[in-house]
Write a protein that binds this ligand. Structure first.
Ligand code: PGA
Length: 253
């Protein structure tokens, strides 16, 4: 569902400016001419502008990994939506599980970031997902429901059209343990149903829902074959042009 498949690379806290530019140059070659798939990369803040320059004339979009909700002021260490916009970002990852786990982000903070991003025309990649414990306790769907409702609170239909959802089960991130296509599909379908209930059938069918968590060239095809999986948010495998390009070229497999 959801239109053009969307593969995004989350580089996390990896790559200096020079390393980031090297990787982008390789990537441009590795995925040149590819059609029918949207691609974005999310380097760390320090490399955004330099990568934006490298991306001139390329179809690869730029994403940031977080943002602060205030426009400007005395918020040492934070980065505003306008700063990201000017650095060339089209997308911004919001509510990644590492932010929730290590930096205490709540659904309410995620919601504030969503509104701030959308207010400036940045498209959120809105991350949700359950921990292993929550899954084992049978709470997957209630956790997802809470995250969806909390993160999207008060967002209108027009705003929702700019949102990409990323389902990333925490137990699958960086662990090499991918959710099976069936496990992922089950949750993706649930997310789409929740969105339909909050918004409309049309919005739910159009929203792109990425899967994230140990995506590799080996497992991407099986995931993308699922009806409700519209793309992937790729961490570790996005740090090498060769593996990321293979994932982006999943249709050729
Ligand atoms: P991973 O990370 O592909 O390394 O598991 C995915 C993510 O955290 O976005």
């Amino acid at each position: 569902m959801g239109g053009l498949p969307f593969i995004a690379g989350n580089w996390k806290m990896n790559k200096t400016v020079a390393e980031a530019c090297d990787l982008v140059r390789e990537l441009k070659v590795a995925i040149a001419g590819i059609e029918g798939v949207e691609v974005a990369i999310a380097p760390p803040f320090t490399a955004l502008y330099a990568v934006h320059q490298e991306l001139q004339g390329s179809a690869i979009h730029l994403a940031a990994q977080n943002l602060f909700w205030e426009g400007k002021g005395a918020y040492t260490g934070e980065v505003s939506p306008a700063m990201l916009k000017e650095a060339g970002c089209r997308y911004v990852i919001i509510g990644h599980s590492e932010r929730r786990q290590f930096f205490g982000e709540t659904d309410e903070m995620v919601n504030r970031r969503m509104k701030a991003a959308l207010g400036l025309g940045l498209k959120p990649i809105f991350c949700i997902g359950e921990t292993l414990r929550e899954r084992e306790e049978g709470k997957t769907f209630s956790v997802i429901e809470r995250q969806v409702e909390g993160g999207l609170r008060d967002l209108g239909e027009t705003e929702m059209k700019s949102v990409v959802v990323a389902y990333e089960p925490v137990w699958a991130i960086g662990t090499g343990k991918t959710a099976t296509p069936q496990q992922a599909e089950e949750v993706h379908r649930f997310i789409r149903e929740r969105i339909e209930r909050i918004y409309s059938r049309q919005i739910a069918e159009e929203v792109r829902i990425q899967y994230g968590g140990s995506v590799t060239p080996e497992n991407i095809k099986g995931l993308m074959d699922q009806r409700d999986i519209d793309g992937a948010l790729v961490g570790g495998a996005s740090l090498k042009s060769e593996t990321f390009a293979k994932i982006v070229r999943f249709k050729e497999m």
